[in-house]
Design a protein around this ligand. Structure first.
Ligand SMILES: Cc1cc2nc3c(=O)[nH]c(=O)nc-3n(C[C@H](O)[C@H](O)[C@H](O)COP(=O)(O)OP(=O)(O)OC[C@H]3O[C@@H](n4cnc5c(N)ncnc54)[C@H](O)[C@@H]3O)c2cc1C
Length: 402
């Protein structure tokens, strides 16, 4: 392949969950897609499971079904039937139940590596997708009608559209000169697999603490995945503990709802930031997933937003092809950005609001928050609306792309 020059209809930089979803969505359009992924898959295990898990909301399971990914994934997915949120045990908190909106689950907990494996299988069902991994881009050059992408092995790809699905620290975003608004939460998210004494029965739990939320999420085989967001100094303290001390701290903080948490696997910590690209598109460039926006994991919606980006962008590309338009032109890409911004901004806004309400300790704020939770808990209509919105069920089902 060295020195070889080639054409691709779309080049996707980054083969994480969002880049792969985009490739899956485009695989039956007759377009030639090249995905460039820098790293071979690496899985950090915790009690034998990938310590990185994502809650895929009910509405987005429909996307994965439509993409032909869900059939490879459903045995690894653990349903979240209920979610309980509270900040102190006396107040009782609020409970969301999928049955209240006529669904079997609010979402499904899946190890990220399982999702990626399933997407990979679905993507390679088509000969029109090429997955280059490990592969590094050495340069991109913008020309009038195309982008030239030079790989480190000397191969050059010419394409009308390059898509940045290369995560929060997107290299392509920098190359395209797109700046970001950033918000450092000064927190880390500690993740690990844990084994509680009692079965979780599909319950997810989120406890809000002044230092950040602690989520206990149901996995298969009655394991749970924790995402413990804590201020940097507290996170360092928790990461520095030996296993027994960490288990004691976890039990003390989470409480006895699932009995004693008996085992915790290896921990990993991720810095938490909020980030929004000032533009999702430029002539011949589009950003999707974390490359376009990063949100606090407290509602577990980051990859869910990215999946919706991938579907909308794929639809715009496919429509442009059908109507003989150049899908790398800004006028086409703008349609993608205009459709995605309201969803992204509203989720980012609510996450920021939640974060502020639960971390600030202004006098009286706690009382207002408890009253709000009680009101929400007592009002079926508000709760149902919130559930339908946060599970993506209020959004239109994406069309099948072909
Ligand atoms: C603790 C924690 C818990 C979370 N829980 C949830 C949850 O429950 N639900 C949810 O929806 N979201 C959750 N998220 C957010 C979610 O993990 C991210 O939104 C999601 O991983 C973003 O996917 P992505 O494909 O856009 O980016 P990434 O997963 O970052 O993938 C980017 C890919 O691009 C590759 N890459 C980078 N640079 C280059 C380059 N120059 N060339 C080629 N390849 C490159 C990388 O190797 C990587 O494979 C959580 C996040 C954290 C930190």
């Amino acid at each position: 392949m060295t020195g070889h020059s080639d054409y691709a209809d779309v080049v996707i930089v980054g083969g994480g969950m969002v880049g792969l979803a985009l490739a899956c969505a485009l695989r039956n359009t007759g377009l030639r897609i090249v995905v460039i992924e820098r790293n071979e898959p690496q899985v950090r295990k915790s009690l034998g499971r990938d310590c990185r898990v994502s809650a895929i909301v009910r509405g987005n399971v429909r996307i994965l079904e439509g993409l032909g990914v869900w059939k490879y994934l459903q045995d690894d997915a653990s349903p979240m039937r209920q979610m309980r949120i509270w900040d102190n045990q006396e107040a009782g908190g609020i409970r969301f139940d999928a049955a209240e909106i006529g669904e079997d689950a609010l979402g499904f907990l899946i190890e990220n590596s399982c999702t990626q494996r399933a997407m990979h299988k679905a993507m390679l069902e088509s000969d029109d997708v090429e997955f280059c991994c490990p592969a590094e881009i050495s340069s991109v050059e913008w020309q009038q009608d195309q982008v030239s992408v030079k790989l480190a092995d000397g191969r050059v790809l010419h394409t009308p559209l390059i898509v940045g699905a290369d995560g929060g620290r997107s290299w392509l975003r920098g190359q395209a000169g797109i700046d970001c608004w950033q918000r450092d939460y000064k927190q880390k998210g500690i993740v690990a697999t844990v084994r509680p004494e009692y079965p979780h029965r599909g319950n997810a739990f989120q406890r809000f603490l002044p230092t950040g939320p602690l989520a206990m999420l149901p996995m298969t085989d009655d394991l749970c995945s924790i995402v413990w967001s804590a201020e940097n100094s507290e996170a360092e303290r928790l990461m520095g503990m030996d296993d027994d001390a960490f288990l004691d701290a976890l039990n003390l903080t989470f409480g006895p709802i699932l009995g004693r948490i008996n085992a915790a696997g290896d921990r990993a910590a991720f810095p938490l930031k909020g980030q929004l690209a000032k533009h999702f598109v430029r002539e011949r460039v589009a950003l999707v997933g974390d490359a376009a926006h990063c949100i606090h994991p407290l509602a577990g919606l980051g990859v869910n937003l990215g999946l919706r980006d991938a579907m909308v962008l794929a639809q715009e590309i496919a429509d442009a092809k059908r109507f003989d338009e150049d899908w790398g032109e800004l006028s086409v890409l703008d349609r993608y950005m205009k459709q995605r911004l309201p969803d992204v901004l509203s989720i980012m806004g609510s996450m920021e609001g939640f974060h502020q309400i639960f971390t600030h300790t202004f006098p009286g704020l706690k009382e207002i928050r408890d009253m709000g939770m009680r009101l929400m808990g007592n009002s079926g209509a508000i709760k149902q609306l919130l559930m339908r919105n946060s599970t993506g069920l209020s959004l239109p089902v994406p069309k099948q792309i072909s």
